[in-house]
Structure formats: structure tokens, C-alpha cells
Design a protein around this ligand. Structure first.
Ligand code: ATP
Length: 302
């Protein structure tokens, strides 16, 4: 079947010796969309990117970009910003831009100028003398100035200050609005929530959450009850099948609810809280529920 996906990773497994870094991952990214790949350290994000880009070999499975395995010609339309700088430290930003101008048909010098000004970089300085954040900015300028149809960005905002992190998000959102497809990883969940249409969460190399940000946020609720005094014991709350987990913090009780949030809210109201509210999950709640929920459970609620 020919793929209509911009990126199609199917049943991908990567082993290093006997260690399985990624297990049977299938991830298909629609053209023009932004997919955020989340996961704790060591969960397999970079391994997936490297195999997708043909920089490492999958143990099994297939990886396709616009319907075909990555080959040298793919890089005319695909920009990759790796987690660690892949720049020539002894060359300047101007040298790197010249290299891009000669290498890429769609290199846009005007766009490159705008981006250099946006990140307030000096063209004549050797890249090795730039700060980590500035080197990240150089890599992003090189990626965005070739007007790629596909961007694979491994923690693109790492080392950048909050102002430039926002600039990167805006670049990602603008690129997608112009029709580009973006697959990016980040530990900044707020950024992913702001930019991504779709989120995939890896844990120990396995895909444990995959969905649009809106559907994930709408799928479960948080019922939050605030009490005047300490949070009371609520009988049977943690064994209630409608509840995923319960968090207590000072006078606040939060129940992460799989279904019937109004019923749970009524139940908590019987304990005379000052206030009870039913709220949507945010992406951080979804992430913690998925990868670390159990460790966040207070002892009494296990
Ligand atoms: P981070 O968020 O910390 O960047 P990640 O999700 O990108 O992490 P990977 O770099 O893909 O994680 O690593 C996944 C697992 O594979 C880790 O346990 C790592 O130690 C292991 N790993 C990665 N590269 C190799 C390698 N070349 N040889 C052996 N093990 C490796």
C-alpha cells in the first residue's frame, strides 16, 4: 500500500545487543501536521529519529518518508536537527549558510537573514565559540532556511532561553501552517501542548499514548476538591473503577477520572469541600498518568 503519510514508522524495533531500546513502534504522521514525541530520558526518542533518518539501522520494521525509505535525495525536503550539535565548530555561521546555499535548491537567503536577526546571532563568529543555545539556534536557522517539507527536530528548544523557546515554537507552527510536517521531541510539555496537533508518548521503548492533543485532553477529567481543613478520608475512592488515581496535596484532593466525573464530583461534595471543580486534563497530567502516575500516588491511596 502506498503511504499518504509524510512519515510512516511501522512495527519498528531497535535492539542494541540484547537490550531493546524501541519495541514494535508504529507512528504515522499526516502531512502538514505537528507530532510531538514525548517520553522520559532513555525511552527511545533519539533512537527512533536516528533510524528514521537512516543514521542507524532498525533491527526490524519499516521507516518511510513521503512513501519511501530515506535516501540522499530525501534530504532536499527533510531537515533534521539532532539532539547534539552536528555543526562544524571551526566554521562560522556565514560559512554554514554558504554551505546551505550551495547544497539546497530551495535555500531562501532572505529567510535565513530574518532568522539570523531573530536569534540575534553574529555571522562571523566560529560556531565552536557560540553558547550551547546559540549553536541550537544555528542548527534551527539552517533547518528552516531550506524550506523543507519535513522537519525532524530532536529537542529543538534545548538550551534556549524562554524567549527563544517561544520563537522556536512559532517557527514550528508557522512551518506547519505553510504545509510542512514536523516531528519533534521535547521535555517541555507545555511547548508540545501549545504546538502539537498530535502527541505520542514512549515509555521504555513502547508507545503508550498516541492521539490528538484535544482528544487526549477531553478523554479524561480531573475532579478537584478544596477543603477548609485537611483532606478527609473518602471511603473506597481509590478502589473506585471510574478513578485512575488520586492525589492529595495539603487541602486539595485531585481525582483523575476515567468516566462519570460529575458522579465523582457529587460524591466528593458530600464531604463539604469549599469548592469542587471538574476540569480537563492538561498534557502534563496525561504524561504523568501515563509514565509516572504510580510513583505519584501517596502511600495511603495505594
Ligand atoms: P533522552 O530524553 O534522554 O534524550 P531518548 O528517549 O532520546 O532519551 P535514546 O537516546 O533513544 O532515548 O535511548 C534509548 C535507550 O537506548 C537508552 O537506554 C540508551 O541507553 C540506549 N542506547 C542508545 N544508543 C545506544 C547505543 N549506541 N548502544 C547501546 N545502547 C544505546
Amino acid at each position: 500500500m502506498s503511504s499518504t503519510y509524510a512519515i510512516a514508522i511501522r512495527d519498528f524495533t531497535k535492539r542494541y545487543g540484547s537490550f531493546e531500546a524501541v519495541s514494535s513502534l508504529t507512528l504515522e504522521v499526516e502531512p502538514g501536521s505537528i507530532c510531538g514525541l514525548l517520553g522520559p530520558n532513555g525511552s527511545g526518542k533519539t533512537t527512533t529519529f536516528k533510524c528514521l533518518l537512516n543514521l542507524a539501522r532498525p533491527t526490524s520494521g519499516t521507516m518511510q518518508v513521503e512513501g519511501a525509505p530515506v535516501q540522499p535525495a530525501t534530504f532536499e525536503e527533510l531537515a533534521y536537527v539532532p539532539e547534539r550539535s552536528a555543526l562544524y565548530e571551526w566554521l562560522t555561521l556565514a560559512d554554514h549558510l554558504e554551505f546551505n546555499r550551495r547544497s539546497y535548491r530551495k535555500y531562501d537567503a532572505k529567510r535565513a537573514d530574518e532568522l539570523v536577526n531573530l536569534f540575534r546571532l553574529e555571522r562571523k563568529k566560529k560556531v565552536g565559540k557560540l553558547s550551547k543555545g546559540q549553536q541550537t539556534a544555528v542548527a534551527l536557522i539552517l533547518a528552516f532556511s531550506i524550506q523543507p517539507r519535513i522537519l525532524v527536530l530532536d529537542e529543538p528548544a534545548s538550551g534556549l532561553d524562554p524567549v527563544f523557546q517561544r520563537v522556536v515554537l512559532d517557527l514550528i507552527i508557522e512551518a506547519a501552517a505553510g504545509g510542512a510536517t514536523i516531528l519533534f521531541s521535547s521535555h517541555q510539555i507545555g511547548q508540545v501542548e501549545r504546538a502539537a496537533d498530535r502527541v505520542a508518548i514512549l515509555k521504555n521503548g513502547r508507545l503508550i499514548v498516541d492521539g490528538t492533543v484535544d482528544s487526549l485532553k477531553g478523554s479524561e477529567k480531573v475532579v478537584e476538591a478544596i477543603f477548609d481543613q485537611a483532606v478527609p478520608e473518602v471511603d473506597g475512592l481509590t478502589s473506585d473503577a471510574r478513578i485512575r488515581r488520586v492525589e492529595r496535596s495539603g487541602r486539595i484532593l485531585r481525582a483523575y477520572v476515567k468516566e462519570d466525573s460529575d458522579g465523582i464530583a457529587r460524591r466528593l461534595s458530600e464531604y463539604s469541600p469549599k469548592n469542587v471543580a471538574v476540569m480537563d486534563l492538561n498534557l502534563e497530567d496525561i504524561f504523568i498518568n501515563a509514565v509516572g502516575g504510580e510513583t505519584a500516588l501517596p502511600q495511603g491511596d495505594r
